[in-house]
Write a protein that binds this ligand. Structure first.
Ligand SMILES: [Zn+2]
Length: 381
């Protein structure tokens, strides 16, 4: 009897969890991406029938029809009719069909709908699109689509996690994210690639959370760490358990050099008559008082006849437009020579590092665990 009850309970629970899965998978957040500012008018062509919504009023738009939208001081004009208000939207009547809609606005294509908000005497165009369709225009911009598949999948999850973590970042502008480097570069439906589409499909809804119970994490990434990533607190903020310095399988990658004249160096550094520049030698993964755990420059000491001045690695990177802060520096007569490795700030995932790990046989879960320690992947929808 006990066994029977157990079996019955098992099936009951299994059914409930099955139902929960279904409900979950039906939900996919819509993201609002600011794509065009200061529009006075727009020409729009849709790939399927859809609707122009103005408050309670609707205008049907047919597939292939060339639609002109004109903003005037009082209202907006569409198909010869005038509509009041400050917010208008083109989308499918049924929200589940939104992902099948592609709108071309002033020559550029976007998946999903378009919302227009009046700002004084112009409009902002906002692409309202399901999160997974948005990623199709982001991932190929962030990583070359011909790179190893597992690296593309890791990049996809980093991009999806960033987007969901930073929703409402541009709330004051009327949307979630912009389409520029400030948030993530988003090219709409113009630069999609089969390989990144597959990476997105195979990681559908997967997002990174911090152990044990969340929250959803920050996923900074950079081009190439040069050998070891950086503890985040050595660059910004307080220490975050999942943004730790980790070694790469290859060291001293992406070598670079930069030579500047002593004249330019003194001018930019704000010190004259430089006699000596002091910095411990670079050993990747070795901390000195003037270098962080990964070997990046914390500060250098510049000595002249009359004074001593300290400059941080970040200051030098900005001053001389250096690829990274992982470098040695040497005063050679009338020039100053930087010899370094890597590209970017060094916190979180290294994209070239992810590529190397993928090519060595690691899967995307292992790659993400490597760069974002003590985190787990959760399927959100
Ligand atoms: Zn932004």
């Amino acid at each position: 009897m006990k066994v029977k009850i157990f079996v019955l309970l098992f099936f009951l629970c299994a059914n409930i969890s099955c139902y929960a899965e279904e409900v979950k998978s039906a939900w996919q957040p819509e993201l609002r991406i600011g794509v065009m500012e200061n529009l006075k008018n727009a020409t729009i062509v849709a790939n399927r029938d859809c609707i122009f919504f103005a408050g309670n009023e609707k205008v049907r738009i047919f597939k292939g029809e060339v639609l002109a939208i004109i903003l005037t001081d009082e209202n907006i004009e569409v198909k010869g009719k005038k509509f009041d208000g400050n917010l208008w939207e083109i989308r499918t009547e049924d929200p589940r069909e939104l992902k099948t809609l592609v709108l071309r606005i002033n020559g550029k294509s976007y998946r999903g709908g378009l919302r227009f908000i009046r700002k004084k005497d112009a409009m902002t165009a906002i692409n309202v699109t399901p999160a997974e369709e948005y990623l199709r225009g982001v991932v190929p911009e962030e990583m070359p689509p011909l790179w190893a598949k597992e690296a593309l999948k890791a990049q996809t999850i980093a991009a999806r996690t960033f987007a969901l973590k930073n929703r409402k970042r541009h709330e004051k502008d009327g949307y979630d994210l912009c389409d520029k480097v400030h948030c993530q570069v988003y090219a709409g439906a113009v630069r999609e690639h089969e390989n990144t589409d597959i990476a997105i499909k195979e990681t559908y809804g997967e997002v990174l959370f911090a152990l044990p119970n969340g929250p959803i994490i920050d996923t900074p990434f950079h081009t190439d760490s040069g050998g070891m990533t950086e503890n985040n607190e050595d660059l910004w903020g307080r220490g975050i358990p999942y943004l730790r310095a980790v070694k790469e399988i290859e060291e001293k990658t992406k070598p670079w050099t930069k030579t500047v004249s002593l004249f330019e160096f003194e001018k930019k550094a704000g010190i004259s008559g430089v006699k000596k520049i002091e910095l411990s030698p670079l050993t990747i993964g070795k901390r000195y008082t003037d270098r962080t755990k990964s070997g990046r420059v914390k500060n250098i000491r510049i000595v002249s006849a009359h004074k001593t001045k300290f400059l941080t690695g970040a200051e030098l990177r900005a001053m001389f437009n250096l690829n990274s802060t992982l470098f040695d520096i040497e005063l050679k007569g009338k020039t100053v020579e930087f010899t370094g490795y890597g590209i970017g700030h060094g916190v979180g995932m290294s994209q070239w590092g992810a590529k190397a790990l993928a090519e060595s046989g690691k899967n995307y879960r292992e790659i993400l665990e490597h760069y974002y320690q003590k985190t787990f992947i959760k399927k959100l929808y």
